[in-house]
Design a protein. Structure first.
Length: 401
């Protein structure tokens, strides 16, 4: 089987890349509008705490399962139709929430997880194909930025809209955003052509779907996203614990720092390698989490958000670009699937673990505890870079730079 890339340009800012960035931004904006509001809506529909949590967990599980297998499939067939199918499933399932009872919402949430697994993994695979390898740090950084902006802004906007109006308005806005994303996606030219007519789809297995070269970056990302889960899921409750009503300002500092530093961080990655970005970024994450755990004023809250935003904006996209770079070119879809699966698994397990700590201790202790996962990330990565660098000799050059 021969896989050909239609775009061998060394330019980053092509029409394909710009349209994909816009498509990704709007689809992620639509998705993250549901993250804080759908569980609350489930309770309004008569659901209990268990049913509200199932709205989250069932989605994450099916999304994870789809990612495990779809990455390998995307290395064998054209990617864009699968991304489009995922976006349509996302929009259709969202629309159904308006009139469904809680039991049916949980069932449809399973289906929506399938759509999200297709859409998000497909987008990552397309970006991996259209971004020149010599600019992958910068290119994947802007791709990650579109997700981070959505992750930070959509929940705030959604909560305000639901408080002022109703969940129906959230649904309509979310569907509209998906529609805009699909329009931009339609302008993206197909990036992959499968020239072999035989064995295009061979037998798929879990082993084929897992890219071992992406395992280390994916493990490190697993630790990273546990801390993000604590921020996204519990920052509002932490604000109540601190009696700070404007806790939402944390997300503004988080996004602002990423916007300011992201272009520079991507270029440093491409010129100097991942060690120069990931090591200081991890330290910033630890400082941000510890500062957040001791926050007792708006000033400390802003300070912690700036450190965490700088660290997350440096580490997460660098890990993803590294995962793709160290994987074979014909396994980039599987590499992205492996990487994104680690994020799904981390978010699912992290929410349970951190909520248990918060319930028995406090949210401040929870954030202090979550810093341990970044310390683990830093220790494992440092061991790989400074001691066990047999797989990638170029790391020696990074350390000497």
């Amino acid at each position: 089987m021969e896989i050909k890339n239609h775009f061998n340009s060394s330019k980053l800012w092509t029409k394909n890349y710009i349209f994909m960035l816009l498509s990704n931004l709007f689809i992620y904006l639509a998705f993250y509008m549901l993250t804080p509001t759908l569980p609350a809506y489930a309770k309004l529909c008569g659901g209990n705490n268990l049913e509200a949590s199932l709205v989250v967990s069932t989605f994450s599980i099916t999304s994870l399962l789809v990612r495990l297998f779809i990455g390998n499939i995307m290395d064998r067939i054209e990617i864009k139709p699968l991304l489009l199918l995922g976006a349509l499933i996302l929009a259709g399932s969202t629309l159904s929430y308006i009139w469904l009872p809680i039991d049916a919402i949980i069932l449809v949430r399973v289906i929506q997880g399938i759509g999200w697994g297709l859409a998000s993994t497909g987008a990552a695979a397309i970006f991996s194909n259209i971004v020149p390898k010599e600019k992958r740090g910068e290119g994947m950084g802007y791709y990650s930025l579109s997700m981070i902006i959505s992750m930070a802004l959509s929940p705030m906007v959604a909560i305000v809209i639901m408080n002022l109006y109703s969940f129906k308005n959230i649904v309509l806005i979310s569907i509209t955003l998906v529609g805009i994303g699909i329009i931009f996606l339609s302008q993206v030219k197909s990036t992959i052509k499968i020239s072999s007519t035989s064995n295009t789809i061979s037998k798929c297995s879990l082993k084929d779907s897992f890219e071992k070269k992406a395992a280390l970056p994916s493990l490190l990302c697993f630790f990273l996203v546990i801390t993000l889960c604590g921020i996204m899921s519990y920052i509002m409750l932490y604000g109540q614990e601190l009696k700070i009503s404007s806790i939402w300002i944390y997300f503004i500092g988080f996004v602002a720092m990423i916007l300011i530093t992201r272009p520079l961080v991507g270029k440093i990655f491409d010129e100097k390698g991942h060690a120069v970005v990931i090591l200081p970024g991890s330290i910033c994450l630890i400082i941000g989490l510890i500062t957040l755990s001791y926050a007792n004023s708006i000033l400390m809250l802003i300070l912690s958000s700036l450190f965490y935003g700088l660290g997350y904006g440096a580490v997460q996209p660098s890990l993803q670009a590294w995962a793709v770079n160290r994987s074979p070119s014909n396994r980039q879809g599987a590499a992205n699937g492996t990487f994104l699966s680690s994020m799904d698994l981390s978010y699912t397990l992290g929410s349970i673990l951190l909520s248990f700590i918060a319930e028995h201790k406090s949210y401040a202790i929870m954030y202090r505890f979550s810093a341990i996962f970044i310390i683990l990330l830093l220790l494992i990565y440092s061991y790989y870079v400074f001691i066990d660098n047999s797989e990638e000799p170029e790391i020696i050059e990074e350390k000497l730079s």
